[in-house]
Design a protein around this ligand. Sequence first.
Ligand code: ATP
Ligand code: MG
Length: 424
Amino acid sequence: MAKAIQAIRGMNDILPDHIGFWQHLENTVRTILTAYGYQEIRMPIMEKTELFARSIGEVTDIVEKEMYTFADRNGDSLTLRPEGTAGCVRAGIENGLMYNQIQRLWYTGPMFRHERPQKGRYRQFHQIGAEVFGLNGPDIDAEMIVMTARFWRALQLPEVELQLNTLGSNEARAQYRDQLVAYLSDHMDQLDEDSRRRLNSNPLRILDSKNPDMQTLIAGAPQLLDHLDSESADHFELLKQRLTQAGVAFQVNPRLVRGLDYYNRTVFEWVTTQLGAQGTVCAGGRYDGLVEQIGGRATPAVGFAMGIERLVELLVQAQVGLPDSAPHVYFIMAGAEAEQQGFLLAERLRDELPQLRVLNHCGGGSIKNQFKKADKSAAQLALVLGESECQQQQVQVKYLREERPQQTVAQTELVTVLKTVLAL
Ligand code: ATP
Ligand code: MG
């Protein structure tokens, strides 16, 4: 036998035994997004490399070391998307969805980052993201965050906490940046290698460092919250007020700066302690400068993205109940005549009862063997069609999961009987 070829490290198959959790999550979130007026948009999974360099920022983990970048056959530099916002903004500008318009958009699909694979961190992973363009007030920030809180309630995931911060205006942040650089420069000896590299290029990211040795230094740093411009402070106050009024609890985390460069004002993360080190399940914020930076007309924007793998892991851990997907009936057919009649009868049932899940036995074999398969399928009922049933235009209904005598039913009555028995 030839040696089997394996999947790429960090890129996983999502198998049927897990797909119910994925679909439950996707359906729940999609229903709520639609109820809030969001429309789906689908972008290519590859973009020109330049788009990500210009939007996410040259000195970020993603652009510095995580992107899948390669030259295509024409020599153009392409990148598998590491996130969805850049492509969504590009698509919005290119298709004239932005200027002087309000758009509530959402998307889902695979993202690619060359990270060290571990639990909750993969090289191909999946996000559901949403972006709102054309609104600059705190009301939409609040609506968006309250909507994400509704996702967790609908999914029955109580163990996620909201962390909130504001990055202020670009000008206020620039002033703060100078103070931060001054403070950190006074403590050069305590900076790790990454932070030294970032000190001039992207000092705010140092606040986001996960290195335990850096935490005391970071705790003593000047705080951005003390350097807010008054408009950003008002924006933040109103956002907090709305969340409180809506009963959405939050923690202000002054060190929350997010890993991407394009944010201003509101930033937030939903975190859990249930997943070990990879605890952020949803993250987002305001990015009023990005549309212009990518070549569109200035358009305020706010958005978030959630990691589906991490949320599915939470659903699995919480053992949430999923909508039933096992067949209602397993159709047993004994003999050539029964196979022919049964095939058509099953099609008639599907015509009349579109919600009915029917699994036909295919491939013949003994009745005993077919019953074994019926049992394994987890179906509630077996329909049995043999030679004599065929002749009399009947079918036997056998209950596989309860003590109940089997019934002989006329084929013309079958739809009515199934409707009652299965409460369809
Ligand atoms: P982290 O700090 O965990 O690296 P991030 O700030 O890089 O996260 P974002 O770019 O904000 O992540 O992406 C939004 C969400 O997508 C994350 O909160 C997480 O749930 C998910 N996510 C990000 N990277 C990965 C990955 N490599 N594997 C699985 N999920 C991921
Ligand atoms: Mg990351």
